[in-house]
Design a protein around this ligand. Structure first.
Ligand code: UT7
Length: 367
């Protein structure tokens, strides 16, 4: 039977500081009702540590779940669009910290589609025989780019990391088909211009340039059409129909996007995993965190057909069809935690509020 890439370990790292809709009401002209109705989000978690710290803990948890020693990994891939530095990669830092001494390491940026793109790379490496055991992490610290007085963007995003261990399997479980796509011509709809080589050497650090630029309605439409069409293609490639799907684990961008896209596909809500209410949109981290939550909630059974589907900056989109293996319980548990913090969300956001203040000079001050 064909060699496939099967997920044998899963884990997540949720940073401890909560940013509720009530907190956001204090910062901008918005309301809990509006945010819930338009996005399905009630809360997001913010990180007081760096992207690599989140990635490392999610990685350790996924390895314990798989019962695997880090030294047995052949490759570490981190999907992120918010590395704390550009070089070395987050993946290389994680590789060193967890002791994956026999693994290569690199980062991959497909924004919110990063985990789907990463899964396609991992599957290709494993199916070709170039690797047998691969760790794929999605990790983001998105709040650094948020202007918390811009109600059209900052209400959506949170920080976090999720990870999966993939192993070569010969029993039919694993990745069945991949669909990837992009339209760089629409890249201007979601921009983070800081951190690239255009940013650092310049004398000014202009908040108007630094903050996330985001055309919500345009992205919304691209997302609904893109996700539905991509999921249809991946099913076709796998020789499946929507009736065969046991669970869709979509990128958690907006509950309305997930709902519209899955309705277009004719998939009822019972077969869609949604955890956006508590975590918000965590870009490349959202699907692996949702996978971990779905397993914990008992929503995945042995042999299930699972579809992962995402869209994001670039713009990029993609879907994965996979068959779950025999195990839905962790082999082991890593009980490490992030360093504790006493900070509230508003403490943590003070640097953002100060940095973006010049863009809001005409508005009343935050209470
Ligand atoms: O992961 C990939 C990245 N992103 C996404 O997937 C997100 C895609 N887009 C979206 O989720 C939605 O477009 C948003 C949540 C960003 C916005 O929701 P919307 O339903 O598209 O709202 P809208 O932009 O059409 O705005 C409707 C109204 C406007 O007021 P007027 O012009 O009708 O008076 C906005 O100014 O709602 C206003 N508005 C808000 N009101 C209260 C926009 N944001 C807010 C807010 N609170 N936070």
């Amino acid at each position: 039977m064909q060699t496939r890439a099967e997920i044998t370990g899963w884990g997540k790292c949720v940073p401890p500081v909560s940013l509720s809709n009530a907190d956001l009401e204090r910062l901008m002209d918005t309301s809990d009702e509006w945010i819930i109705e338009r996005t399905g989000i009630r809360n997001r978690q913010l990180s007081h540590v760096e992207t690599t710290d989140l990635a490392e803990l999610a990685a350790r948890r996924a390895l314990a779940c798989a019962g695997m020693d880090a030294a047995d990994l052949d490759l570490v891939v981190v999907a992120t669009c918010t590395p704390e530095i550009l070089c070395p990669s987050v993946a290389a830092m994680v590789q060193h910290r967890i002791g994956a001494s026999n693994a290569g390491a690199f980062d991959l940026n497909a924004a919110c589609s990063g985990f789907v793109y990463g899964t396609s790379v991992v599957a290709g490496m494993i199916e070709s025989g170039f690797a047998e055991r691969v760790l794929l992490v999605g990790a983001e610290k998105l709040h650094f780019a948020m202007d918390y007085r811009d109600r059209g963007t900052s209400i959506l995003f949170g920080d976090g990391a999720g990870a999966a261990v993939f192993e070569a399997s010969g029993d039919g479980a694993g990745v069945l088909a991949v669909d990837l796509g992009a339209d760089g011509g629409k890249g201007g709809t979601m921009l983070i211009r800081s951190m690239g080589s255009m940013g650092e050497p310049s004398a000014t650090n202009d908040p108007a340039i630094h903050r996330l630029h985001f055309e919500g309605q345009a992205v919304f439409k691209i997302a609904v059409h893109g996700i539905a069409a991509s999921a249809v293609r991946v099913l076709d490639r796998a020789g499946l129909t929507t009736d065969d799907i046991d669970l869709v684990v979509p990128h958690q961008a907006n509950a309305r996007i997930i709902d519209s896209a899955t309705r277009r596909l004719g998939i009822d809500g019972d077969r869609v995993f949604v955890n956006i209410a508590d975590l918000g949109n965590t870009a490349a981290a959202s699907i692996p965190m949702a996978i971990a939550d779905a397993l914990e909630a008992g929503r995945v059974s042995p042999g299930d057909t699972v579809v992962l589907t995402a869209f994001g900056g670039g713009v990029t989109w993609g879907s994965i069809a996979l068959r779950w293996g025999d195990r839905t319980e962790p082999v082991g548990v890593h009980d490490g935690e992030l360093p504790p913090t006493e900070m509230t969300a508003l403490d943590l956001l003070q640097p953002n509020l100060a940095f973006y203040a010049p863009l809001h000079a005409d508005e009343p001050p935050v209470d």
